[in-house]
Design a protein around this ligand. Structure first.
Ligand code: SIN
Length: 328
């Protein structure tokens, strides 16, 4: 065979080989609903960077923030259809997949961020990562946002102040019951619609963390905030069981290690944001922030806590007890 033909054959082979290698790169589309400046937004980018360093050429993560691709309701369907491969919705949004994660919505159950970490790192919390396996979802880790605060266009000092007010809630039956317990009117709504709904008066109030209240500018369209710390906003980093199980073992192991590292950073960013974003909102002077006395806080807890009993069968008494063990 003339030398030139051997050379041409070699070039073709090497092109085909490198193309097949390129084709093997696993692309993970990560869709989420917050801005890139939030703890979740930053952690998603960090995950992307770590994967680019450690799994270069094998795995790539593309991040789509701010409901660019899907809102939280759509993203779960998209995960199951393999249109995206990762998301980190609030645990409040999985009622159709498992009732167990409703645990995280129980009002006044988690005392603070430390109690959340204590539970999620413990055996019960780790077991709960698998609670939606039979619906095709695999939890990969918990990401913190922080404690939720209440707001409206009036001071919410005692539970009676919430009576008749329309509050936006995430799609959770537990959160619905929580607001009904204070005779308010809860409305399930996507995160991306909240700002408009508040500014046009479609809803009167909302509950969220300082980080989301700042980055989505809710403080510009609500006259009063109550530092209630009445519940937690916790995320689950989630993929489909089918996608996760399809990964080669070595890649799965490395990805799990990277996720652990990103999770630690995410928690640190969430704790920092809770403080910094609250201070930013106070400094803005755009709204009033009310701090409850112990007696006022106790009134909210007394009004809302009966919700625990209502959902005990769904979330598991053993799980409630495990959270209580983490401090009350
Ligand atoms: C999020 O932080 O991902 C959104 C939470 C919400 O829907 O309020």
């Amino acid at each position: 065979m003339p030398l030139i033909r051997i050379f041409a054959a070699l070039v073709i082979c090497s092109l085909a080989f490198s193309q097949s290698l390129m084709a093997k790169e696993i692309v993970i589309k990560f869709s989420h609903v917050t801005t890139e400046k939030t703890p979740k937004g930053k952690a998603a980018k960090y995950l992307q960077e770590l994967v680019a360093q450690r799994l270069k050429g094998k795995v790539r993560i593309d991040v789509y923030p701010n409901s660019q691709l899907y809102n939280d309701k759509e993203v779960l369907k998209a995960l199951l259809l393999n249109d995206v491969q990762m998301a980190a919705p609030s645990l409040s949004k999985f009622g159709k997949f498992t009732k167990k994660w409703g645990l995280f919505d129980l009002p006044f159950l988690f005392k603070d961020d430390n109690a959340v970490a204590c539970f999620t790192n413990g055996p019960k919390g780790q077991a709960l990562l698998n609670a939606a396996n039979n619906k095709g979802l695999q939890g990969l880790g918990y990401w913190l946002n922080g404690m939720k605060q209440l707001s409206a266009n009036k001071p919410l000092i005692v539970p009676d102040d919430a009576k008749g007010e329309k509050f936006r809630i995430m799609s959770s039956d537990v959160l619905e019951a929580q607001f009904k317990a204070v005779n308010a009117n809860p409305q399930k709504m996507s995160f991306s619609e909240v700002y408009n709904a508040l500014s046009t008066g479609v809803i009167d109030g909302q509950e969220n963390t300082w980080s989301n209240i700042r980055t989505k500018k809710f403080f510009e369209v609500q006259s009063d905030f109550t530092e209630s710390n009445h519940g937690v906003l916790e995320y689950i980093l989630v993929t489909s069981t089918e996608f996760w199980n399809s990964l080669p073992k070595d890649i799965q192991t490395e990805l799990a290690a990277i996720i652990k590292e990103a999770t630690l950073k995410e928690t640190q960013w969430a704790l920092e944001a809770a403080q910094a974003d609250k201070e930013f909102i106070i400094a803005s002077g755009r709204t009033k922030i009310h701090t409850l006395t112990n007696d006022q806080a106790a009134l909210w807890a007394t009004a809302m806590k009966p919700v625990w009993k209502q959902f005990e069968g769904n979330v598991g008494k053993d799980n409630i007890d495990a959270v209580i063990q983490c401090g009350q």
